[in-house]
Write a protein that binds this ligand. Structure first.
Ligand code: CAA
Length: 257
């Protein structure tokens, strides 16, 4: 499929999506969000794909929702279109997604990265929710996912002041899983994705679902869900293979079943 605002490429079992509106620092307009969701739909449906990577450019992962497109929006248009809701597709993906972030990762860009499962940051990454400086607040999940990721105090600091956080602070705050030199970002993200894709895809998907449940429910219900999902894994061939391989001191050959 020919996209205008993103590029896609498969690298073995990895679906790589690159945001591609360089003139506006990958600002997320309706077209880009639509194409991004379509690309994720495609990789979700492709049995050869075990993990996705979403990245941007050296200068910007994405500098937020497209301010030009948004500036004349009326309340009734925002409400009728349910503005902001489409991007939730990313967080609902069942296959894992790694965000590889260099440069600006602001507003809707940060909200997109937070819907991915793992954020890997280049040393140049700058995270922020600057919406307050535009007379709005985050509207694609930032007020909900940022405090869950870094706690209330830092999230309030970011959202109410609009300041940016560098990669080191994002790392120490728990927003990102690791920081790497800018030149190594994509290679490192692909390596992480390949490691994930080496495992049994249905088991990876269940593990992702179980971790995500922890953000939606009580501890005891979450532990109960975990236990039920864990029990279900003993119905898979991949559990038998994984444990047989361990006992035979060989590498497992997972078959995603
Ligand atoms: N939307 C539309 N265009 C954007 C944009 C955005 N979010 N961010 C940058 N651009 C455009 C600029 O207008 C500029 O276009 P022109 O060359 O036509 O003037 C181009 O990208 C390059 O940007 P700058 O010249 O500003 O680059 P810089 O290096 O001087 O500054 C920056 C970089 C600090 C990221 C600055 O561009 C900036 O502050 N951008 C806006 C960040 C922002 O406020 N994001 C939140 C958006 S609101 C949101 O996301 C709402 C939500 O939660 C749903």
């Amino acid at each position: 499929m020919a996209y205008q605002t993103i590029t896609t490429e498969t690298r073995g079992p990895i679906g790589l999506i690159t945001l591609n509106r360089p003139k506006v620092l990958n600002a997320l307009n309706t077209e880009l969000i639509g194409e991004l969701c379509a690309a994720v739909d495609g990789y979700e449906a492709d049995p050869k794909i075990g993990c996705m990577v979403i990245t941007g450019s050296d200068k910007a992962f994405a500098a937020g929702a497209d301010i030009k497109e948004m500036s004349d929006l009326t309340y009734i248009e925002a409400f009728s279109q349910n503005f902001g809701a489409t991007l939730e597709r990313i967080g609902k993906a069942r296959k894992p997604i790694v965000a590889a972030v260099a440069g600006y990762c602001l507003g809707g860009g940060a909200e997109l990265a937070m819907q991915c499962d793992i954020i890997i940051a280049a040393e140049t990454a700058k995270f922020g929710q600057p919406e307050i400086t535009l007379g709005i607040m985050p509207g694609m999940g930032g007020t909900q996912r940022l405090p869950r990721a870094i706690g209330k105090a830092k999230a309030m600091d970011m959202i109410l002041t609009g300041r940016m956080m560098d990669a080191a602070e994002a790392d120490s705050s728990g927003l990102v899983s690791r920081v790497v030199p800018a030149g190594d970002l994509l290679e490192e993200a692909i390596k992480v994705a390949e490691k994930i894709a080496d495992h049994s895809l249905p088991i990876v998907m269940l593990a992702k679902e179980s971790v995500n449940r922890s953000f939606e429910t009580t501890l005891s219900e979450g532990v109960q869900v975990e236990r039920r999902l864990f029990h279900s894994m003993f119905a898979t061939g991949d559990q038998k293979e994984g444990m047989a391989a361990f006992l035979a001191k060989r590498s497992p050959q997972f078959r995603n079943r």
